[in-house]
Design a binder for this molecule. Structure first.
Ligand SMILES: Nc1ncnc2c1ncn2[C@@H]1O[C@H](COP(=O)(O)OP(=O)(O)O)[C@@H](O)[C@H]1O
Ligand SMILES: [Mg+2]
Length: 280
């Protein structure tokens, strides 16, 4: 099961990603792969990993090209000219391909850091889109075995939707909080995701049933809201052992709903068509 967490900056993407990773790996005992795909690399830090001390998946570029029999340089759309290259998670001795990019966080939890927040990128005028090419092309052929889960924490806003990052996800979530801008971004994301023939679901964060924006949002999108998370100081402190019982119950209901989502089968084809139709 592959989950992507999107939304406006500050809405709680990294916090909800962290919470899902901890809940899935510690409480449900599912093997879980966290992917930190944001420039700020907050998910890594929340999980107790120093993102500057691990290998960055953006550097998988040349190895991936070699594995997929692609030219060393040039457009990634060349990838679709030969047969797909498959990845497997969890890793076994036979399938060590992702090996050096996986950081073990705890017994059931691994982390991949894209590394888009490297100093060289943050302080230059370089566009970081191309650095997401390895993960974008890996996700559709990454087989999640043994009921394992993947949780990807996204860059804020809608940029990566237009880049085609989300075709492989069984459940795409926007985190929404009760303010006008968070709701505006959630609606923008919904329309862009819908244009790609996918569905966007919502988690209401820092939930307050009295909030006017949230009341209206709930009314309009009740079928797409898969759960709520309350404001909780244990979340601000990233202290999973102290999470409130109410939030654990909320998480249980969110994860149960996610388990009923059909798993996407045709994302390699979808990405291929998307890339072929792109106007350069
Ligand atoms: N449910 C919550 N309860 C308490 N604090 C929260 C909650 N959700 C997010 N926060 C806090 O709000 C801030 C923004 O959250 P963050 O996850 O970093 O947002 P994003 O990744 O979307 O930019 C952080 O300080 C985080 O600790
Ligand atoms: Mg974040």
């Amino acid at each position: 099961m592959k989950i992507a967490v999107l939304g406006k900056g500050g809405s709680g993407k990294s916090t909800i990603s962290w919470l899902l990773c901890q809940y899935l790996s510690q409480i449900k005992k599912f093997q879980t792969l966290a992917i930190d795909a944001d420039h700020n690399m907050d998910l890594s830090t929340c999980l107790g990993v120093n993102p500057y001390e691990v290998n960055h998946f953006k550097d998988f570029n040349s190895e991936f090209r070699q594995l997929a029999n692609m030219p060393k340089v040039g457009m990634w759309r060349e990838y679709f000219k030969s047969s797909p290259f498959y990845f497997i998670y969890p890793q076994t001795e036979k399938t060590q391909i992702l090996g050096k990019y996986l950081t073990s966080v705890s017994s059931n939890l691994d982390l991949i850091v894209l590394g888009l927040g490297d100093e060289e990128i943050m302080n230059s005028y370089k566009c970081s889109h191309a650095l997401s090419a390895p993960v974008k092309h890996m996700l559709p052929t990454l087989k999640m075995e043994n009921d394992s889960w993947l949780v990807l924490d996204s860059v804020a806003g809608s940029d990566m939707v237009n880049y085609g990052l989300y075709f492989a996800f069984d459940c795409i979530i926007a985190v929404v909080e009760g303010n006008i801008n968070s709701i505006k971004v959630a609606k923008q994301l919904r329309s862009l995701i819908n244009k790609q023939d996918m569905k966007l679901n919502f988690i209401l964060n820092k939930y307050n049933s009295e909030n006017k924006f949230i009341k209206d949002f709930e009314e309009e999108f009740k079928d797409l809201i898969i759960g709520k998370i309350n404001t909780d100081s244990a979340l601000t402190n990233y202290d999973f052992d102290s999470i409130s019982q109410e939030n654990l119950d909320n998480l249980s209901s969110i994860v149960t709903k996610m388990q009923f989502f059909p798993q996407v089968e045709d994302s390699y084809e979808k990405l291929k068509i998307f890339e072929e139709n792109k106007v350069l």
